[in-house]
Design a protein around this ligand. Sequence first.
Ligand SMILES: Nc1nc2c(ncn2[C@@H]2O[C@H](COP(=O)(O)OP(=O)(O)OP(=O)(O)O)[C@@H](O)[C@H]2O)c(=O)[nH]1
Length: 850
Amino acid sequence: MSDTKDTGGNSGGRKPLTVSRKSSGTVKQSFSHGRSKQVVVETKKRRAVGPGGSSSSAPAKDAPKGNDTLEARLVATAKKLGITVDELKARQKALLERKNEVAARAKEEQREKEAQDRLRSEQEKKLQEAKEREEAEARRKAEEEARKAEEAAAKERVDRAPKARAKSAAPADSPAAAAPAVDDAPARSGGKRKSKDDRDRRDTQNRPSRGGGGERRRGKLTISSALGDDADRQRSLASLRRARERERERRTGGSEQREKVSVEVTLPETITLQDLAQRMNERVADVVKFMIQQGEMLRGNDIIDADTAELIAEEFGHTVKRVAESDVEIGLEGEDDDPKDLKSRPPIVTIMGHVDHGKTSLLDALRKTDVVAGEAGGITQHIGAYQVKLKSGDRITFLDTPGHAAFTAMRARGATATDIAILVVAADDSVMPQTIESINHAKAAGVPIIVAVNKTDLPDSNADKVLTDLLQHDVQVESMGGETQAVKVSALTGQGLDELTDAITLQAELLELKANPSRHADGVVIESQLDKGRGPVATVLVKRGTLERGDIVVAGSQWGKVRALVDERGQQLKGAGPAQPVEVLGLDGAPDPGDSFVVVDTEARAREVTEYRIRSKRQVSGKAGAAARASLDQLLSKLKDGSVETSELPVVVKGDVQGSVEAISQSLDKLSTEEVRARVIHGAVGGISESDVLLARSSNAPIFAFNVRANKQARDLAEKEGVEIRYYSVIYDLIDDVKATLSGMLAPEKRETFIGYAEILEVFNITKVGKVAGCRISEGKVLRGCGVRLLRDDVVIHEGKLKTLKRFKDEVNEVNSGMECGMAFERYDDMRVGDKIECFQVEEIARTLD
Ligand SMILES: Nc1nc2c(ncn2[C@@H]2O[C@H](COP(=O)(O)OP(=O)(O)OP(=O)(O)O)[C@@H](O)[C@H]2O)c(=O)[nH]1
């Protein structure tokens, strides 16, 4: 018991007394592949044997009895072997010692083996760690590199598109720039994955190894994770490289490749990079990158001038055709119609006359002549114009804005909407100042007049006096041998209205008013407004074609898709044909009255045109003042530089008294020659009114004011419209000014000067250039670009201009007598050896009226 107690005290009373604690009975066996196994042999044997009493370490409680048995057995065994008990004991002791020795050696060997294993695993661990360090380093470098590339790409993107990365240029940039970023992400996440793998691997290594399998697992893990990492790293680097490669290719090789497909690029004065790229069939990103290479950080929608655009286009291997910005208007109104497509259209009529002579009353009366009135509720709304259907079936369109001011305001904007002017003259009042103005406005516009002698119902009316008075103003009615129709009417009673409409129909027939209804519509804006409920509403008059719902319309500097068409009866229409007035809904703003409208094919075109118009409008309003101060001077300078050719100078003359107006008109008449003439489109007594300014504006005429002034409104309008008003108090000054202008209008005199002769010694045929004559200057000299005549046997066989003048390979300005040179003609190359070239210059000498 005491033994048990002692033993239990050593072991804490719980754990059994095992050999493993003493390590004497445990043998660690090593196997291949580093596996080992611990085998407890002796302890189990002793435990198994112990209870049998044979073991020396038998339980203590059995010891006295066991010792007796043991002694008896020893004696018996010694007797059996024929030896003494002591000898047996000695042999047994020796045997035990031997056993202990073997066990100790095994233990030693085990310890050595363990030490070796430890050493080997430590070495492997060190190697592994070194390898991991290397990998981590490589990965770090790759990440660093990718990060730098991404930063560079991002910086590039930011520089290029500082404001709107999301806009068009950015996506174009992104493939190259974003590629490293996209590829970088797995690299980074791969890095994270790897560090987790590292932890897993370290855990695996630190875990107690089960029979050396841990090492094998570690190897597998290491390789797979290393492979995984390597793959990630390589993917990242490879994609980075690919992205760079692509970028390099784009910057250099890309454009060269496309050089093969050379196109002619039409360049306006300004263009966006995006538009330029489209016109070149190139990618916007390539153009943007090219600009970055040139040190210009631009986005796709940045605007560049034509010079820069030309450089870019040439760099990309394309040819360039420069056009003016105003060229966007070219072809806007489409082709002229084939005469066979033309169909009769109703006339468009304007009513003019002196104040209170009954214009509005007449318009109202005519409105009532509409036979459709009963059917569809008649003309219910004022839309600036209306169309009446006559009993005969004919239609007449009336512009519902009476007065010549409205008429001329439209004309001043270039709109010639009116076909026929009705001149209303009250029979009781006869010709009055505004009657005369109206006549002059209609004449200036070249619109035929029908005289409506109104208020004939009044007892004091005198129609004949009206017709006679009109004669003084160059209006000769039929009854007086002229061609102008005159009708006696009463707007109040309706008398003579049918005759008036008949006269209009007749005049329309004479005018042969025709239009093609089957084409894209165009026409003129009569009036416009911003309606609270309906938005911008423009009343337009269709001149050609048929305006339909859904059409894309450009009206002045506004555009839109036609949402609805409403006529003067409030009816929704599907389409409106020639001479039909209609309200248009769907424009993005209210255009100005007098603006023309046209249907275009695409929204892009509509936008292009309106943007140009808005820009030029801004420029014009900025220059209006200058133009007003210099219109006559401008006309002179334009005449000089040849940008304007005219033989008639229209003028508006306002004077203090009739005598001076007449004197001025007669003096100007006398200045006229066969070539040039001054035409007084309106001469009247009194101050300058807005109406005078409008008339002058619509005819591009200056206003000559003799001892009269313009009122404020007229001055403002003149300033705005760029109409020049010249004030005079001496008639001769006025005449001198007109004379100077007319002199400028005279074609200059041309004077030819002979400069030299050249003889053709040889003729070369040069590819792309054509024939070049090798010459010697026999007399005088030859100047670059001079006039030439080709003489063969003293007969002139060609006259033209010199295209090339070369000495050796260089273009020269002058070649003198005795020297040899190469000469080529413009658009002519039938030169032969022995021909003579006569060279001359043409001088232009300005002429005067004197
Ligand atoms: N007796 C008679 N009176 C008429 C006739 N036509 C118009 N009036 C009258 O003449 C006056 C002026 O008529 P409006 O139609 O307003 O004349 P307007 O030319 O439009 O006038 P403004 O708009 O001011 O330029 C009105 O009182 C009409 O009633 C007519 O044929 N006979």
